[in-house]
Design a protein around this ligand. Sequence first.
Ligand code: HEC
Ligand code: HEC
Ligand code: HEC
Ligand code: HEC
Ligand code: HEC
Ligand code: HEC
Length: 421
Amino acid sequence: MSYLRSTVVMKILFGTTLTFSLLFLALNANAQDGKALFNAKCAACHQVFKNSTGPALGGMEERGPWSDRKKLYAWIHNPAAFMENDPYTKGLKDSHNGILMPGFADLSEGDIDAIVDYVNTTFAAGPGGGAKPAGGEAAAPAPKTDNTLLYGILTLVLAIIALTLLQINSRLRRMSDDKEGAESVEPVPFYRNKLYIALGIIALFLVGGYYTIQGAVGLGLHQNYEPEQPIFYSHQVHAGINQISCLYCHGGAQEGKSANIPAVNVCMNCHMAINEYTQGPELFRTDGSKVDGTAEIQKLYSYAGWDPDKKQYTGEGKPIEWTRVHNLPDHVYFNHSQHVVVGQQQCQTCHGNITEMDEVYQFAELSMGWCVNCHRNTKVQFTDNKFYSIYEKFHDDIKNKKIDSVTVEMIGGIECQKCHY
Ligand code: HEC
Ligand code: HEC
Ligand code: HEC
Ligand code: HEC
Ligand code: HEC
Ligand code: HEC
């Protein structure tokens, strides 16, 4: 009887596990496709959280006719035709400088579903969910989806199945022993069985160890960190559109260890004259709220202690307290000039596409692995670089064709004391 009941339980268990796994795989595959499609087809004009050329797509199903998926298909397949009979999208076009969204007749309904799924999951994760505005920053590492919980549940279900199987096995053996009249040993209950206890402890160790290591490694790492700054200062407007050289403001990156943040008077070199923000593009915070550039320049004046009407300093200025984005722990030594001048590395390699960012965020992981990997893989410009004239042996080896290049590692770039005080 109990044997029968067990088979039923087993069937249910197997069924649930299978359904869970399939559902989970399907969902995940869909979000993956959606992301690739979104990046390929939509990201040029749309972001999830911010308006860009087109409106932010996060939460779109709550707007206009988009709760009706059929209408969304029709819109994406042919916006011009859809707009004819739809006042909502017509109005939308007028508020987007008359730019009409192109049609995507090649996208199947399944493709569009996948894009919507991706947008919805990214939106639900929130701006801090690791998702970065797209466009130009496509090189930024993909946000990680956290499946740990699901894997955990699956593992648990599987473990229960395994235990049930073992129990059934021993019960069956007992039944057959009973039938043959053989003497059977009273089975030990499973919570006192040494094998189970040992397995349990090992599992606990594995799980505990995993989380401890994850926690320790992640400690102090803030990839994608994007603090709100006292003034909405856009790198895209300055270093991108107006092409002001990075070194105009961050000259330290060439001259020394620290790249430095410019003082207010550097800003005032230009802003004594420029008191309005009139050029496009419209500026938005990550939460989607609009920024009034002219009002931000006014904030700059109050920090500088500048009276824009009288065009003179009042003497009541105070330094702008920018929030640091990048911050290595104190035990690590990093020198900009060594990388920018000697190593000839581009700012963008480590800081991402700053010229397309409004607010700066931490592009790279800044972990030890990140530094060391680059040192392992990067070849230094060894010839014609006066900084490397002291490495006679390598120069000889190159001349004798024993080696064809020198990596940072070979000149000592992964020795602990080079990076650690
Ligand atoms: C060339 C730029 C461009 C591309 C590429 C683009 N869109 Fe658009 N999209 C727009 C513009 C602009 C609007 C605003 C309406 C208008 O002016 O046509 C818009 C509006 C929308 C809307 C309505 C949003 C709202 O707030 O109601 C949706 C939904 C949409 N687009 C989805 C997509 C999807 C999905 C893709 C990718 C398959 C895509 N768009 C690709 C420019 C674009
Ligand atoms: C007109 C001055 C100016 C120019 C030009 C400029 N920046 Fe900046 N930069 C700033 C200011 C002010 C901050 C501090 C506010 C912030 O983080 O957005 C800053 C912050 C940064 C940060 C983050 C610093 C931190 O706190 O960790 C990086 C990285 C950076 N800039 C790189 C660049 C690069 C690369 C360029 C050239 C493509 C550039 N900047 C051009 C003024 C400038
Ligand atoms: C080399 C000249 C130059 C320097 C230096 C400069 N700016 Fe600007 N800034 C501009 C120009 C050009 C614009 C765009 C004005 C327009 O719309 O016509 C601008 C726009 C702005 C805006 C409005 C758009 C936005 O980014 O929000 C703010 C705020 C601003 N600057 C702050 C600063 C701050 C803070 C500094 C110092 C860290 C600084 N600027 C240094 C030239 C400069
Ligand atoms: C090899 C990677 C790398 C390159 C190349 C690089 N940076 Fe950095 N940058 C960093 C790291 C790492 C930090 C954090 C330093 C710290 O916390 O001590 C940083 C910090 C900064 C800061 C914050 C202030 C400071 O110095 O701590 C600014 C501004 C900055 N970088 C600008 C630039 C500019 C401009 C360039 C190009 C001229 C550049 N960086 C090139 C890795 C790099
Ligand atoms: C994009 C590649 C890249 C990354 C990322 C990078 N470095 Fe480097 N690093 C270089 C290059 C190239 C050199 C060679 C310059 C030289 O010869 O001094 C170098 C040299 C150094 C040196 C001098 C090594 C020596 O033997 O003299 C130190 C110290 C250093 N890096 C620290 C760091 C730290 C700390 C980080 C991470 C926060 C880091 N680097 C990240 C490319 C990189
Ligand atoms: C190229 C530069 C570089 C070299 C070489 C390097 N480290 Fe690090 N190390 C770092 C950076 C950057 C961090 C900070 C990472 C962070 O914030 O988690 C770090 C962190 C650490 C930490 C703190 C633990 C942690 O993850 O925060 C220890 C311990 C450490 N390093 C030991 C070593 C030892 C031992 C060596 C030699 C085998 C070494 N490092 C070589 C750059 C380097």
